[in-house]
Structures are given as structure tokens and as C-alpha cells.
Write a protein that binds this ligand. Sequence first.
Ligand code: SF4
Ligand code: SF4
Length: 499
Amino acid sequence: MAKAKFNVPTFREYPIIPELKPDVMKSDGPFISYPQHQEALNYPGELVDNWEEKAIEKMGDMLNKYRGFRVFMDSCVKCGACTDKCHYLIGTTDPKNMPVARQDLLRQVYRRYFTFAGKFFPKLVGAKELTKDVLDDWYNYYHQCSQCRRCSVFCPYGIDTAEISMAAREIMDSVGLGQKYCNEIIGKVFKIGNNLGLPEPALRDTLEGLEEDIEYDTGVKVRVPLDEEGADILLVTPSADFFAEPHIDGLMGYAKVFHAAGVSWTVSSYASEAANFGMFIGSYENMRRVSLRIREAAQQLGVKRIVFGECGHAWRVAYSFLNTLAGPFDFLDPNYPVPQHILEFTYGMIQEGKLTIDKSRNDEYVVTFHDSCNVARGSGMGGIPGGQFIIPREVIKAVCNNFYDMSPDTIHDRTYCCGGGGGLLTDDLMELRVKGALPRMEALKDVVDNYGVTHMAAICAICKSQFTKVLPYYGFGMDKILSVHQLVSNAVILEGQTD
Ligand code: SF4
Ligand code: SF4
């Protein structure tokens, strides 16, 4: 692996607040979007001439439209409870990565243009003109927020920095200053159906290859169908499940569970992507356009149910917004939730005793579980309080003999981001990604040292890709990260299985 051109943070003996280094990440923003990426999303191709005026106008529109945004701008009392809760502050030591300081980049402009005190006594209330320097800070530091919402858990007013960061990105896009990684990817979904730009023939080849792999491993013909009209279930899964490790092992797990359950299912080439980067750029319109593809695919294929694969933010969009953005789904079978998570499906099968499981097949693993932010703090599972924490752990424990949780301060709703969420999983942000992973890596090291944990399982495509990249920077193997359904796949015994 190529050596980092930056200092990788060292593990701290105690989780103390690091010594701050102002502006150390000031220039660490991601690549700016090209005109063609902007225009595909109906944004100006480049920074417009009158961007100051347009940005303030857009901010005003959003303040009127989104009540929560205005409340967040008005209600911070500077109590300081959020300051040390962000993994990017801990990893980078740049004080502008304190959640409250990140919020203030927008708040100071809000005060200047939208409050009486800010208009007439700007210095007194910390109000600032929107200058190019301020815009640059917006671009760099709102792309150093993975929208993980950890800080909001500790804020007595519930101020959600993720929402502020989304609003900032939407304002910047509207004046022609977008992020290349996110906007290019959304354009690919509109054009081809998935983040990778994987066309239907390549997808079909990949899925056929998976069927062969499963048959080779088990001796059982397990279907991984594409565009199969009349199937019961449409599986919407992150496109990383089609090619990346350990994601693809998770997809084989879903296929085995569906096979064992005796249900028919299909992937759609038209909606071959669960990820919805419209959320990361704070654009409900783009989020809606991506979501509508799922509705159209479900209608075209005539399925009865929609099940989502392992993807953190996709599940948040699906759980919280899909019905509003693309509903009503009154053409689906009302006996099932819309949508359903693959873990809810598998958990149901386990509870009903419909899966034959040999846990000893995972005895080579001592497993811990990384709660993904958008599942932990942005959604639920199973219709039970805390289901998003309970169900993944119950499924892991049903298929593994050795499981240990990480420190309570780093799991459930206090989980630390992997460091690559929120549209930051791009190589141009590698320094940020490595540094932001520090708190999670420290928690992992703790269970490795104390309980002999060998592997960490996750249910998010971004987390899995991020950990594969950053684990080696902290002295761990890149294969230490597993899909939860990879563990399921290992332990499930299919009828007629020869191995
Ligand atoms: S939402 Fe997450 S990444 Fe953003 S400021 Fe809060 S803790 Fe940091
Ligand atoms: S915890 Fe909330 S109120 Fe306190 S400083 Fe942070 S954002 Fe402001």
C-alpha cells in the first residue's frame, strides 16, 4: 500500500481532547465538480457571477421552506457540549471541525443578512459578510462533515449539524460550486442506474458469476436473478455489493437466505443502486429523482415487496423518506413493511426457525459490530425501539459463537462514523478519511487487545469500503472488515448442500 503523505494520528492513551491547530485542514476540500456534472443535476456549471446575491437568496428560500433550518440557526447557546464529539475534530485537531464552529460558518452569514442585530451591529453578534474567503471555508469544512449526526446526540437543543451541512452544500450547488465525487455519481445513477455506471450486460455477467460461485461452494443452484418480472421481492442494494469485497460476500448471503426462505426475488438493472447521494448534497429534488427509479422498477417488474440490502444512508433515505418522496406504494402487498431491510427479513427467518444454521462455521472469527451512523441515528428496524441496534447483533449472535461489543461510548446512538460517510468516500479526501477514523480504530483496538476480536462486521457499503482502505493505516489488515450477511452466508446450510 502507498505510504501516506500525511501523519497518521497515533492511538491516545486516554480519549482526551487534542491540542487544537487552527486552520490545519483549511485547504483540504474535495475536488470541485466539472460543469457537465453540475448541469446533469440542473445546477449552474460553474460559480455564477453574482454568486453572493444568489447564495443569500437561496439561503432565504431555505429558511422559509425548512423550519428546522431556521431553528438550528437561532437556537445554539454555545454550551460547548458538542465541541469534542466529532471524529474529524479528534482526528484533525482543526477547531473549525468542532460541530458548533462548523455550524457557525453558516450561522454568522445568517445573522448578517437575516437578523436585525446582525444587520445593524454585526460585530456585536459575530455576524459576517459572505465573502470568497467565507465561501471557501464553507466548501472545505462542509465537506469535512460526514453528516453522521453524532454531535446532535449530545446537543441539549438537538441541533443537527448534518442538516446544516446538507443545507450549505445545497446552497453551494445552487450557485455552481458542487463536489465532483457526489455530483458525478448522481449523474451516473440518472444515466445508467447505479453509482458505478455498470450497464445491464455487465451486471448480468456479474450476477451469473455469483451463481456459479455459490454452486461451486455449496453444490446448490442458488439464483441471483436480474429483471425477473413477477418476482415477489425487488432487492435494492448498493452497487458495491456487485463487485467489492467484503460487500459481494454479503450479497451471496442475501441470495442464500432468499433461497432458503423459498421466495422469488430479483435485482433491477434500472434501479440497481440503493445509495442515494441526493441526501449528501442536501437536495430533496435529486433524492426524489433517484427514489422514483425504485418505484418505477417495482411497478415494471410487478413485485409485491421491496427489500433493501446493507447500506447505511440508503436505509435512512428508504426508512425516513421513501414513502414521502416516491409513494404511495399501494401497489405492493400491504402485509409487509415498505420498505423492508434485509436484516429484518433474515431476523424474521431466524425467529421462525426457517434457516438451518451451523454457527461453528464462523468459529475462526471473534466478531465485533460497527453501528453505521445513518442506521443508528437516522432510522429504525423491526418496528421496535432500538431495533436498529438489537436486530444486527441478534443476527450476528445467531450465526457466530464469538461476539463482543466495543466500548459503550462508541456504539448504538453514540457510534463513531467510519470517517468516509456523507459523500466523503473519495481518494481526494484520504487524509481526512484516515484522520476521521481514529476514534473508531481506537475502540476496535481496545476489543482486539482485551477480547481477541479478529473481525469487525458492518451493514453499510460505505463503512465497508472506508475500513478496507483505512484499517492498514492503523496497523490492521484490510480484510478485518466483514459484511453481516457474509457471516450469515457462512453459517446457513442449504437443503442439498454438499460442503
Ligand atoms: S454531523 Fe458528524 S461529522 Fe458533522 S460535525 Fe457532527 S459529528 Fe462531525
Ligand atoms: S451542543 Fe448545541 S447548543 Fe451547545 S454549542 Fe453545540 S450546537 Fe450549540
